[in-house]
Design a protein around this ligand. Sequence first.
Ligand code: UDX
Ligand code: UDX
Ligand code: ADP
Length: 481
Amino acid sequence: MVKICCLGAGYVGGPTMAVIALKCPAIEVVVVDISTTRISAWNSDQLPIYEPGLDDVVKQCRGRNLFFSTDIEKHVSEADIIFVSVNTPTKTRGLGAGKAADLTYWESAARMIADVSKSDKIVVEKSTVPVKTAEAIEKILTHNNNKGINFQILSNPEFLAEGTAIQDLFKPDRVLIGGRETPEGCKAVELLKSVYANWVPEDQIITTNLWSAELSKLAANAFLAQRISSVNAISALCEATGADVAEVAYSVGKDSRIGPKFLNASVGFGGSCFQKDILNLIYICECNGLPEVADYWKQVIKINDYQKSRFVNRLVSSMFNTVAGKKIAVLGFAFKKDTGDTRETPAIDVCKGLLGDKAKISIYDPQVTEDQIQRDLAMNKFDWDHPIHLQPMSPTAVKEASVEWDAYEATKGAHGVCILTEWDEFKKLDYEKIYENMQKPAFIFDGRNVVDPEKLRKIGFIVYSIGKPLDAWLKDMPAVA
Ligand code: UDX
Ligand code: UDX
Ligand code: ADP
């Protein structure tokens, strides 16, 4: 029986291993983590992450061939294949600060693997890492190996998106496995391929060399983020010219060379991957003497930041150039719908922008806890991707931000509402009731294009929707930067 151990029970490790266990009943899968609270949550009825369909998969396999444990060394030493899915935050200090990946957790995982292994191991990079990390890891493993163990490193990046993780894992567009082009390397690639072949058609399993696999993951995320920055850049031009970004995106996406997906204009992209991976790509380009290529990708992040500040500026300028002391309701805090994840969510920057202008904000999100929101608003950039117990001391709550458990409570008495996550329930709210209970004039700033602006204007709202023709009211307000 093949034994798999996965280091890191997070958004990637947890769901991926659960699906491997479900699809491969003959394989024993143990997910380990340094966080005891995370492991207890995986062993309880209240899983540590919200992901549609995940509960069901875990229930079917947990205790059968899927286990969650903090006994890291035992399970690493017993495993044939070790997936490493630990944090790779952006460095906050030292060389490459603000850009390069911090490989502290990866390095300590590799040293531990070298230390406790007694038999041959295949070590699989699951978390996104800079190109050539495999080589560095290989060095750590072989230089700390005096027991004659054969370590094979594979790169098997995960392409799942949060909110659809289970569907993405069941039916991936492709599985990518990179390995060394040696007989031992090829054997390791074949073994991992045979695991996925339990449910993924063979022609969708791509095998490449290690460096191509590592770079493909960074490139895929950079291309996806670039599409969003492209449509967001066009959204600003739509507002200036009276075009409608939804119509433009639809027409553009009809070209089969471009395709219709991932063209929704928004207040900005978030999530743990896009910005981090692009920064990483930029750093690698700079290190390899390619400043023009680095500058090209920098622009994707610049437009994303511009889109968030443009949203805040639009809001403040339409509300008579000040939000000081005004209640602004924020609907949605997660970085996208169907997840409770707030890593790099645009809501953090928008809320900080509003707080900077002395607004009182009242936040509602169906999946994000008050504790998480407070932590996010008080946290410094790039601290978010460190395990909680290693984050700076618990910050003091931001007084001007309150968290409500209902959209109607959050909007009661507010001067303005911003929609920052596209939760389905925001489409179905009773906006007449919300309007009645708000200050007048009542504003709605829709950062996700979930509401019908014409319908809301009929109720009496002044509506701003990203990339849509502007309300007469907004046209009269001073131009935004
Ligand atoms: C992404 C990649 O999609 C996935 O393949 C990779 O493995 C990890 O990174 P994720 O960050 O979970 O997944 O979510 P994704 O659906 O890609 O959305 C990222 C951000 O882009 C979200 O904030 C989302 O709201 C935003 N987005 C997405 C848009 O603003 N417009 C779109 O059209 C699509
Ligand atoms: C383009 C658009 O495709 C077409 O829809 C529009 O109406 C006019 O402009 P065209 O310029 O005739 O058409 O040719 P196209 O096939 O788009 O190629 C443009 C250039 O891009 C060529 O130099 C081509 O060699 C290059 N190209 C195209 C690449 O370098 N790589 C590719 O993957 C595709
Ligand atoms: P991702 O989105 O990539 O899955 P997460 O932050 O959700 O990232 O998960 C990474 C997990 O890895 C965290 O739960 C963290 O506690 C865990 N972790 C970090 N270092 C180690 C380690 N050396 N051994 C085991 N688990 C680790």
